[in-house]
Design a protein around this ligand. Structure first.
Ligand code: AMP
Length: 189
């Protein structure tokens, strides 16, 4: 049976969000993106949004306790009981450990971590292009370089965390959206 409790890991600009949405639709499970939830909090002007905004605009991580709270609340909602795809969470060791502690309480465990691999220079080019199209505040070149450095320092080590649990699938993220989607489906096979 295909795994239904998934995590998509990958550097900024690797196409995580796009692939997460496709996979969520394909499997009939919710995509849980902490980035989307934080952007909604910023737009709503909530306390969480106020805390998050400066970090996000600078391309830095929002503090662990804030993001862990947001993710825990979302994972506890009823539509996540039959599966979910985490997109952009966890991003630090503390977040991964919080998730390891939370899922057994919800009566489940992570079944697969798909890690997208893409050459960093290719990613910076992609992000700059997205900046032109979408005008995201965190898509200026300085913030992009910060996000890439933060990924390498804080998030990339999580690949080993999931390798050690024997649930890691490395997927080449270079190429057209459809090609990458086929590789992901094959990896879940
Ligand atoms: P994303 O849309 O996933 O690229 O997230 C956009 C921004 O939201 C990131 O650059 C961070 O500032 C913040 N963010 C999203 N998810 C997390 C997380 N798990 N931990 C810390 N910050 C996060």
């Amino acid at each position: 049976m295909t795994a239904r409790r998934l995590l998509l890991l990958g550097p900024p600009g690797a196409g995580k969000g796009t692939q997460a949405i496709r996979l969520a639709n394909q499997l009939g499970i919710p995509q849980i993106s902490t980035g989307d939830m934080l952007r909604a909090a910023v737009a709503a002007g909530s306390e969480i949004g106020k805390t998050a905004q400066a970090h996000m605009d600078a391309g830095e991580l929002v503090p662990d306790h804030v993001v862990i709270g947001v993710a825990e609340e979302r994972l506890g909602q009823s539509d996540a009981t039959d599966g979910f795809i985490l997109d952009g969470f966890p991003r630090t060791r503390a977040q991964a450990e919080a998730l390891d502690g939370l899922l057994p309480k919800l009566g489940c465990k992570l079944e697969c971590c798909i890690a997208l691999t893409v050459d960093p220079e290719e990613l910076v080019a992609r992000l700059l292009k997205r900046a032109e199209i979408e005008g995201r505040a965190d898509d200026n070149e300085k913030a992009i370089r910060t996000r890439m450095a933060v990924y390498e320092e804080k998030t990339e080590p999580l690949i080993d965390h999931y390798r050690a649990k024997s649930i890691l699938a490395l997927v080449d993220g270079l190429g057209e959206v459809d090609e990458v989607a086929v590789r992901i489906t094959a990896a879940l096979g």
